[in-house]
Ligand binder design. Sequence first.
Ligand code: ZN
Length: 257
Amino acid sequence: MPEGDTIRYAADRVGAALVAHEIVSMETPHPRHARDRWPDRLAGRAVRSVDAHGKHLFIRFDGGLTLHSHLRMTGKWGVYAPGQRWRRAARRAWLVIRTEGHEVVQFDGPVLELMTDSRTRFDQRLAALGPDMMADEFDERAFLRRLRDDDPTRGIGDALLDQRTVAGIGNLWKAEACFAAGLDPWRRTAEVCDADALAVVRAAREAMLRSVERGLRVKPAVYDRAGLPCPRCQTRVCARGQGENNRITFWCPRCQT
Ligand SMILES: [Zn+2]
């Protein structure tokens, strides 16, 4: 699943392709949006900015209209040179925006909606999001406040996946950050002091910013490495489903306490 670093990387690329470039054409090939008339409604409007909050991406057009996307497990953004082969089949495209130099393609939705700018601020799902992991300045106080307002019996690994507590961490960065901070993802948040909670989000943030810098090339230490030796102590990495959604968490039973 795309996490905050992937979305930030996509927002940067989509922004570079669209902001200050004239839009030559726009198509919404997916049947779900056949009657939405977005190309008509957005005709003649320039893209003002492209930004992200957690796993949400926003393409903001002149005149207060914004395309909002969330990729969930399946979606993907692609930015191509004209005529370049797309990485997914054309029938999977939900949105295609062409400029002179680029084709920006959204594949497989599954959340793609046109809304007013003000709705992007007041929409309940979006307004409830926790501080953005990838923000220029991460709001650590807001993170701690939200963590402490949450169920204290939740494991810290599970709590970090809650987008209302902190926006942008997914299963990969949860596992990697807990490992980097030497924190057992199963430890209840009631037993995680503020310093440890901050250490784990700082580790996540550092790794996610590095991931963006490196074009999303990531070599996990524990994620998806069940049964393989821990890179620090050689103990076998454990894996087990955690939380309401039973997302598999990976951890070293020796280094992480
Ligand atoms: Zn270890």
